[in-house]
Design a protein around this ligand. Structure first.
Ligand code: NAP
Length: 293
């Protein structure tokens, strides 16, 4: 069994990006610039955005954090996005979710100029992904594809079962695993809360990608020997053994599934770190105008 080290792969990708940025700097060209919009002061969002800004510094990108109050109206936010759309110095930006309840998330996503949509959530980005056209792939699914690629995990002809159908993970993941590409070329089954006899599917899977947000959902009796398991889930559970008072649990009962798996991602240190690497990768692509001229 091989434990997939997402932290190492994420660092490798960030090092590769840093080399490109150094070369851009040495030619006195414009360095990539990522902006992040944070509305309100949700604790987890603060942590995620801080990590993204820190990663930008690490690879030599310029970064801008746009902080807005939790009471910001939808119109005010849309106006700010228009400014970012028109700011030629910014290559790409993200709007950290969740947004306050009074703001329509889809209106916000649609307001992002597709050429600056480095999170890959705009309908145009999703459509281009489905059509196999150049685009920004959503960060978490793209990070998983990178893990499969860099660990040289064979996917062609395999049966991949994706648990969860969210717009940010499960659904795009199923598209990427089914497309005619490497990694890809899988026969894909997508399961969700209405799936009957879910275990029948997971037992037949060569690759299982779990994105439910249900701690330790996937147990050893649900998988066959030699399965590849990618655990996307992150749930904070109270713990008296850590300084923070909580620990992170994935969607896989790791201790019992790992011995049956050929490859498995741990939580933390598996898929999580890849999300940032993907975001930086997309921003570099945006600055090089690889998707849109
Ligand atoms: P989500 O939007 O809540 O979607 C969860 C999906 O799981 C839904 O499709 C839901 O089905 C399905 N589901 C829930 N209970 C189920 C059950 N008992 N059996 C079968 N399917 C069930 O979640 P998400 O945004 O995709 O996130 C999933 C997990 O990944 C969360 O823990 C999140 O924190 C984590 N995450 C991690 C990263 C990372 O960087 N590592 C990034 C994003 C998300 P229905 O559609 O039928 O409701």
């Amino acid at each position: 069994m091989t434990i997939i080290d997402g932290k190492k792969i994420s660092n490798d990708i960030q090092d590769e990006i840093a080399i490109e940025v150094n070369s851009i700097k040495s030619k006195n060209e414009r360095i990539p610039h990522l902006a992040a919009v944070l509305v309100g002061n949700d604790g987890a969002s603060e942590t995620y955005v801080a990590a993204k800004v820190k990663a930008c510094e690490r690879v030599g990108f310029k970064s801008t954090l746009v902080r807005m109050l939790a009471t910001t109206s939808e119109d005010e936010l849309l106006k700010k996005l228009e400014e970012l759309n028109n700011d030629d110095d910014i290559d790409g930006y993200i709007v950290q979710s969740p947004l306050p309840k009074h703001i329509d998330e889809y209106k916000v996503i649609e307001a992002i100029l597709p050429k600056k949509d480095v999170d890959g959530f705009h309908p145009q980005s999703v459509g281009r992904m489905a059509l196999d056209l150049p685009t920004y792939l959503p960060a978490t699914p793209f990070g998983i594809v990178q893990l499969l690629d860099r660990y040289k995990i064979e996917t062609s002809g395999k049966h991949c079962v994706v648990l969860g159908r969210s717009h940010i993970v499960g659904s795009p993941m199923s598209i990427l695993m089914a497309r005619n590409a490497n990694p890809g070329n899988c026969t894909v089954t997508i399961c969700h809360s209405r799936t009957a006899n879910l275990k029948e599917f997971t037992l037949k899977a060569d690759i299982i990608i779990v994105a439910l947000g249900k701690p330790e959902f996937l147990t050893a009796d649900m998988v066959k020997d030699g399965v590849v398991v990618i655990d996307v889930g992150i749930t904070r559970v109270p713990s008296d053994k850590t300084k923070t008072g909580f620990r992170l649990l994935g969607d896989v009962k790791y201790d019992e599934v790992a011995p049956k798996a050929s490859f498995i991602t741990p939580v933390p240190g598996g898929v999580g770190p890849m999300t940032i690497a993907s975001l930086l990768f997309n921003t570099l692509k945006a600055s090089k105008k690889e998707v849109y001229k």
